[in-house]
Design a protein around this ligand. Structure first.
Ligand code: ATP
Length: 460
């Protein structure tokens, strides 16, 4: 526990810090003053960067003025300081400047968990590996999360599939949710936005639809390119965009292309997308790929030697989702065979990685027909409601392969499988990844089926 003098010194730092910095200082804990060095503990690496690098001068100035002599800080990470997510609703509200200045009182706003459950807990800024290919996009996302509506509005992050756009979008959501609990955040995929709108029209609920999308402080929209062919939703979104933007509410979008290349989008919408900041994400270089694999292996407690990570990183260059998939495949195989994850094993497992040309030929219908064939069932069985053991396994494997081998989003895959919810696809994906490491039959089925799909795709 900090003694009284330390607590007062730290209170002084909190009081003198500008609002976006306050949240970091509050989350840190002064431990002891040793000569001219104050030891400070922070909950995670990300906070350390905020305290030890970005805001060091500001904090040291405040401490020096409190003690009347130069004071430096030494910062260490103590994970036990990590705030408990369940405390978010009861925590004292912390408003970023812009929201405070717009007079959104606590009584007027709902907690920021609006769609909070939709955020993938793994997609945080802490889990995001920064490299030259994504540094700018990451910095822009953090800037927006620290001062929603203030810095870049709208922010659009674009780039090819599997490079971390969704991860950054969720990262913004988590950050705002954690540090500004009363700011209302809504995360939605463009497909859900379109479905919501269509349902609202057919059920005469457009007023409610508008309220849902306009009474918020931060709107996070994934895969905005899917708006291209939806004329009516574009029109509605145009008004939502204007309402939010005029009220200085933050809008963040991801897209697989820059606005200029969204040719079927209404020109007035396209030009609005260019008002704020556009930032692209490129495929990561080898060092970043290896760093991502290392982080992933540590997070999932997967044992793999550095040579194995280098080997996988060298094999897959253009898609991080595939990079992670390869690591899981290799470690699952090793676990099933009670073998160490070494280079020889990695080479064997990844021997027949799918060549990129063939990959483009793999579609969900192809995966579904091959899966049905493999399990001796029909596509109707695969999409239907029956829940026998074989059908559930086949369905989950097919969903997993659609996610692994194609760029289709979770909601799109769910729809193809008889209009199932995206959370069902998410669950299937997780389940099969887990079962592959536990059950040889599942591992073999997935591997054989992948080979069949690959052969069928190359024959096309
Ligand atoms: N820099 C990174 N650090 C750690 N993990 C990353 C990074 N970039 C991407 N990933 C991981 O790669 C996977 C794919 O990322 P994500 O879903 O965000 O891609 P995307 O660009 O949104 O793709 P899509 O357009 O297909 O939706 C996720 O598991 C994500 O956590």
């Amino acid at each position: 526990m900090a003694d009284d003098a330390l607590a007062s010194a730290w209170d002084h730092v909190i009081t003198s810090a500008p609002t976006p910095v306050k949240v970091w200082v509050k989350a840190a804990q002064p431990l002891a003053l040793h000569e001219s060095t104050l030891l400070v503990a922070v909950p995670n690496d990300f906070s350390r960067e905020r305290i030890a690098s970005r805001n060091r001068a500001l904090i040291e100035d405040a401490l020096s003025s409190f003690y009347g002599r130069p004071i430096h800080i030494a910062v260490s990470v103590d994970a036990s300081l990590e705030p408990d997510e369940n405390d978010a609703d009861t925590a004292e509200p912390e408003l970023p400047l812009d929201v405070a200045s717009h007079g959104l009182g606590a009584s007027q706003v709902a907690p920021s968990s609006l769609n909070g459950d939709r955020l993938n807990p793994k997609y945080t800024f802490e889990n995001f590996v920064i490299g030259s290919s994504n540094r700018f996009a990451h910095a822009a996302a953090v800037a927006v999360a620290e001062a929603p509506g203030k810095s870049y509005n709208p922010l659009m992050i674009y780039g090819p599939s599997g490079l971390g756009k969704t991860h950054l979008l969720h990262g913004i959501g988590h950050y705002v949710r954690q540090y500004f609990p009363q700011v209302r955040v809504k995360y939605v995929s463009t497909e859900e936005l379109t479905n919501d709108f269509i349902n609202a029209i057919s059920e005469n609920r457009t007023v409610e639809f508008r309220r849902t999308y306009r009474d918020i402080d931060v709107l996070l929209i994934d895969d905005i390119q899917f708006l291209e062919s939806k004329i009516q939703t574009q029109e509605e979104f145009f008004h939502t965009f204007n309402t939010l933007h005029n009220a200085q509410k933050q809008i963040v979008m991801t897209s697989d292309r820059p606005p200029k290349a969204l040719e079927a989008l209404e020109p007035r919408l396209r030009s609005r997308f260019e008002w704020g900041l556009l930032t692209d994400i490129q495929p990561p270089d080898l060092e970043t790929r290896i760093a991502i694999l290392r982080k992933k292996a540590a997070a999932e407690h997967l044992m793999a030697t550095p040579e194995v990570l280098e080997f996988i990183g060298g094999k897959i260059a253009t898609n991080i989702r595939e990079l992670e998939g390869a690591l899981i495949r290799v470690t699952a195989f090793a676990s099933l065979n009670h073998q160490p994850v070494d280079l020889r094993l990695a080479e064997e497992v990844l021997r027949d990685l799918i060549p990129e040309g063939v990959e483009a030929q793999i579609t969900p219908p192809l995966i579904m027909s091959q899966t049905a064939n493999y399990f001796n069932i029909t596509i109707d069985d695969l999409c239907g409601p029956a829940r026998t053991h074989v059908l559930v396994t086949a369905r989950q494997i097919a969903m997993y392969l659609c996610r692994e081998l194609t760029d289709f989003s979770l909601p799109a895959i769910g729809r193809l499988f008889g209009g199932r919810d995206h959370t069902t696809v998410m669950h299937a994906n997780k389940k099969i990844r887990q079962l592959m490491a536990e059950r040889r039959t599942i591992y073999n089925q997935v591997t054989e089926l992948t080979n069949r799909i690959k052969q069928a795709a190359s024959a096309h």
